[in-house]
Design a protein around this ligand. Structure first.
Ligand code: ATP
Ligand code: MG
Length: 423
């Protein structure tokens, strides 16, 4: 029962309860195995970073930095801090701070909470989780293609249907500069059709206007000058090579010239994996090349590419597909009654855990009958029953929960007997 005094979680920040957490654990394990199969290594960064890091990396005139960051002043020393809205900036900061790129490229991944002050709705939360994947020190189209193929393999492994790949290139800075000039001229001609965001960004960051989700702006955006028409040969060749590898591997894609991504640091290859099944929150994974970011954060120029998956959206898709939750993982439930039985039960439980069995020792007393009900509800495959009678003989009874004969064995044979029952 809740009353007015009950404190609730912050809006848009979800508890993940044990039943659902089973699915999360399974998912995290699948993803980790998949990442290791491509040679990626784990890195863990703090949840809080200096605000300046995100302003510099993501760009001042972006949705994230303008509206979505949880920023605050440290009450102790006045530092300007931000709960991380994404992981790439932190990852690059960590790599530079610890000189990881000194003489080797790096394939890195991280996972965990991200924070954005958005309007909460299905698939869009204020605390959400990402798996982020970054390859630093790689310039060629081979790694771009590999990251996309990797994703395709994961969707297959997870049994996801209806996920499509959108692909674009953002070219290099010279072509972006030419495109920017043309965009400004175009949108200036249609100034009366711009919404407030677009008008504000017209001169500071016109590319962002292409990223607008406002339906009223879509027609105008569709007619805007295309970056593709400005691309230099080198960027075009890079893009063609990425596409050729995808074709070779039979990974279908759609080129979407309006895919510009919500962060400033991207160049050349950008991509999003999209489903039609999560309403407006259809992007489950997104990324791209960010050759300028390392230098922007204060290092020597290092080419790099990465992507991030939204865990809540991926799990929502899996659940929609009727993905069955894994069963709670307990092998044995130990019921016991009486002073010496309880002492033996506690020793037996520890001993069974030595044999790698998953054991719940009943705590809190009660009749055998009520303890057996708990054993039933625990999902354990067998109950171990110890009364004073068994305790005096240094024995225990093993009862298979799915039915079948109860057997009484000496404590030294208990583990072997149980293992026979649970296979
Ligand atoms: P969107 O266009 O949906 O706002 P985005 O471009 O802001 O997404 P990215 O910064 O690319 O998102 O983050 C990568 C992925 O993280 C997204 O594709 C999505 O799956 C997930 N994601 C982003 N924001 C949220 C959020 N507020 N709640 C849940 N998942 C999110
Ligand atoms: Mg967003």
């Amino acid at each position: 029962m809740s009353d007015n005094n009950t404190i609730q979680a912050v809006r848009g920040m979800n508890d993940i309860l044990p039943d659902e957490a089973e699915l999360w654990l399974w998912f995290e394990e699948v993803v980790r195995d998949w990442l290791h199969s491509y040679g990626y290594r784990n890195i863990r960064m703090p949840l809080v970073e200096p605000t300046a890091l995100f302003k510099r990396a993501i760009g001042e005139v972006t949705d994230i930095v303008e509206k979505e960051m949880y920023s605050f002043e440290d009450a102790m020393n006045g530092d300007h801090l931000t709960l991380r809205p994404e992981g790439t900036a932190s990852c690059v900061r960590a790599v530079l701070q610890h000189n990881l790129l000194y003489n080797a490229p790096q394939r890195l991944y991280y996972n965990g909470q991200m924070f954005r002050h958005e309007r909460p709705q299905k698939g869009r939360y204020r605390q959400f989780h990402q798996f982020g994947v970054e390859a630093l020190g790689y310039a060629g189209p081979d790694i771009d293609a590999e990251q996309i193929l990797m994703c395709a393999r994961l969707w297959k492994k997870l049994g996801l249907r209806d996920v499509t790949l959108q692909l674009n290139t953002l070219g290099d800075s010279a072509s972006r500069h030419r495109h920017r000039t043309k965009l400004i001229a175009y949108f200036e001609q249609h100034k009366s059709a711009l919404d407030a965001d677009a008008e504000r960004r017209l001169h500071s960051n016109p590319l962002r206007i292409l990223d607008s989700k406002n339906p009223a702006m879509q027609e105008l955006i569709a007619g805007a000058p295309k970056l593709m028409d400005e691309l230099e040969d080198e960027a075009l060749q890079h893009f063609s090579a990425v596409q050729a590898t995808l074709v070779q591997h039979g990974v279908p894609f759609e080129i979407n010239p309006r895919l510009v991504r919500g962060l400033d640091y991207y160049n050349r290859t950008v991509f999003e994996w999209v489903t039609t099944r999560l309403g407006a929150q259809g992007t489950i994974c997104a990324g791209g090349r960010y050759d300028g970011l390392v230098e922007q954060i204060g290092g020597k120029p290092v080419p790099a590419i990465g992507f991030a998956m939204g865990v809540e959206r991926l799990l929502a898709l899996l659940q929609e597909d009727g993905m069955a939750l894994p069963k709670p993982q307990v092998d044995v439930y130990v019921v016991h009654q009486g002073e010496s039985a309880s002492q033996l039960a506690s020793r037996v439980a520890e001993q069974l855990r030595n044999e790698s069995l998953r054991v719940v020792l009943h705590c809190g007393g009660g009749s055998f009958k009520s303890q057996m009900k708990k054993a039933d509800g625990s999902g354990a495959q067998v109950a171990v029953v110890i009364g004073d009678d068994e305790a005096h003989a240094n024995e225990a009874s093993v009862k298979p929960m799915q039915g079948g004969e109860q057997v009484r064995v000496g404590v030294q044979n208990l583990a072997a007997t149980i293992i026979k029952f649970i296979k």
